[in-house]
Ligand binder design. Structure first.
Ligand code: E4P
Length: 282
């Protein structure tokens, strides 16, 4: 049995990966299709009573994804590049990507949806799979499409729906708009990976929209796993109080640098990932 979307777990603990995979298999599904991680989730797992050296922290990240990779060898596992946003260049990200992609056979490199992140993606998408993270706008999605046209490997884009909801905006609109835009282009090389899922409604609507991938935190996954409910055909995503993010007619044939890729939540997200990572590293 399969769902209309690939199902990933979002977390930093291989025990959760194992449990979620087993729950799917027990219910007759083929198991987890993948895993996403991020610096905040990994920092939480590696947190100790003393600060780690940067080598120990990177080794800890590596060991964690190795364990995850052993649990779901047929799935893919997102590994994020990490660094101080004030100084991290596209070249640094490419060099981290080239190193981290060798950690496990089924890694995908997560790069931020910022200007240096997309510069790095434009280069690295020819060398390995990428997942562009911290996506909050359809225009960013247009830029990701254009920056990764010459890809040789999978390209994923992670709209963070929960963080838009937190600001009173309907985050799922971004998923719906991006899917419509990509589908209308006839080029589906960028796979929308619905992320920052905070509740069952997000999950059901993402399934209804046939988002190619959905990543789910273990807490929400466990709730869903009680029935593995799927949305009916006439499902309506009803979220009173959240303001609509309207669809925009954007052409996808421009150079990626011509799109407005700035979003405050991308900047604050990058800063928070670095803050959380720095809190465990001396
Ligand atoms: C996805 O890859 C991210 O790890 C994740 O979904 C972020 O979710 P949050 O907004 O709940 O932190």
């Amino acid at each position: 049995m399969n769902f209309s979307s690939k199902i990933y777990i979002d977390g930093g603990d291989p025990a959760e990966t194992k449990q979620a995979d087993a729950m799917l298999k027990k219910a007759g599904y083929h198991g987890l299709d993948g895993q996403t991680t991020n610096p905040s989730l990994i920092a939480k797992r590696l947190m100790n009573n003393r600060k780690l050296t940067s080598k120990e922290a990177a080794d800890g990240y590596r060991k964690t994804v190795e364990e995850m990779s052993n649990i779901i060898p047929d799935g893919n596992i997102s590994i994020q590049v990490i660094g101080d946003p004030a100084t991290l260049t596209a070249e640094d990200m490419v060099s981290q990507a080239r190193d981290r992609i060798r950690w496990i056979p089924n890694g995908v490199i997560k790069l931020p949806c910022s200007r240096p992140g997309l510069e790095a993606a434009e280069i690295f998408c020819e060398e390995g799979p990428v997942n562009i993270t911290l996506n909050f706008s359809q225009e960013q999605a247009a830029a990701v499409f254009a920056a990764t046209k010459t890809h040789n490997y999978d390209v994923y884009l992670s709209p963070f729906v929960g963080r838009l909801d937190d600001k009173g905006e309907n985050g799922m609109d971004v998923v719906a708009n991006e899917l419509s835009m990509y589908r209308a282009s006839g080029d589906n090389h960028v796979q929308v990976l619905t992320a920052s899922v905070r509740n069952i409604k997000h999950l059901l609507y993402a399934l209804w929209l046939k988002s190619p991938v959905i990543t789910i935190p273990f807490k929400i996954f466990s709730e869903w796993a009680k029935t593995f409910e799927v949305p009916p055909q006439d499902f309506i995503y009803d979220v009173p109080g959240l303001s609509e993010i309207p669809y925009r007619e954007l052409t996808l044939d421009k150079n990626w640098t011509e799109y407005d890729i700035h979003h405050d939540l991308t900047d604050s997200g990058i800063a928070k990932f670095w803050e959380d990572w720095s809190s465990i590293v001396a």
